[in-house]
Design a protein around this ligand. Structure first.
Ligand SMILES: CC(C)(COP(=O)(O)OP(=O)(O)OC[C@H]1O[C@@H](n2cnc3c(N)ncnc32)[C@H](O)[C@@H]1OP(=O)(O)O)[C@@H](O)C(=O)NCCC(=O)NCCS
Length: 171
């Protein structure tokens, strides 16, 4: 199935998947569904301001033939970034749908989305949580270089980035 902008009727399902896959989200991350659902609302704008987020660029999903959400991925930008980087977020595949190439497909899709918006860098943060070990392999395989680490109470946050290369015109 194609990867599409999350339809409003699939939003609850998509968010339930994100919550299931990332049970230890921080407070802003947990509230980010408010920003995704109604980005123009007062609450969403207040949250974005508090989190230093400039704007939300995408929240996309892969659905199965019955309309259930199999995977999610999103993009946003930070106010503090001096360059045109977008950040990958809410990126996950339902546990029962893993190891079938969906994660790779969603990652490539989000890269194409960022390139289409004229961005030349894609950044993300992940962590040493065992739940995110597969993602480290995926990111390494796809050329995401480690920028920095930040130690937390239970896990270390890992920042990565990739320089995006627009496809060359075949003509
Ligand atoms: C990371 C994640 C998105 C991968 O999704 P997926 O659909 O299983 O991935 P794919 O089938 O497309 O696999 C692509 C590559 O990822 C790596 N990978 C995926 N699962 C892996 C695993 N269990 N162990 C080791 N490497 C793994 C491999 O390099 C794989 O390439 P290969 O098949 O050629 O070996 C999924 O495991 C997930 O949702 N994890 C929890 C959430 C998360 O960590 N999100 C990102 C961090 S913020």
């Amino acid at each position: 199935m194609p990867i599409v902008a999350c339809p409003s009727e699939a939003f609850d399902d998509a968010w339930a998947l994100v919550r299931r896959v990332f049970p230890r989200m921080g407070p802003i991350e947990r509230l980010s569904h408010v920003m995704l659902r109604r980005p123009e609302s007062f609450s969403a704008r207040a949250l974005m301001r508090a989190a230093g987020i400039r704007d939300l660029l995408a929240f996309d999903v892969e659905l199965d033939e019955r309309g259930r959400v199999l995977a999610t991925g999103g993009l946003y930008r930070y106010r503090a970034d001096a360059d045109d980087a977008s950040w990958l977020a809410w990126f996950c595949v339902a546990p029962e749908a893993r190891r079938r190439g969906l994660g790779q497909a969603v990652l490539e899709h989000m890269e194409r989305r960022a390139i289409g918006m004229g961005h030349t860098v894609l950044r993300l943060y992940t962590s040493t949580d065992a739940n995110e070990a597969a993602a480290q392999r995926l990111y390494q395989k796809n050329g995401y270089v480690e920028l920095a680490r930040s130690d937390g109470l239970s896990v270390t946050t890992i920042f990565r980035e990739k320089r995006l290369v627009p496809p060359t015109d075949p003509a």
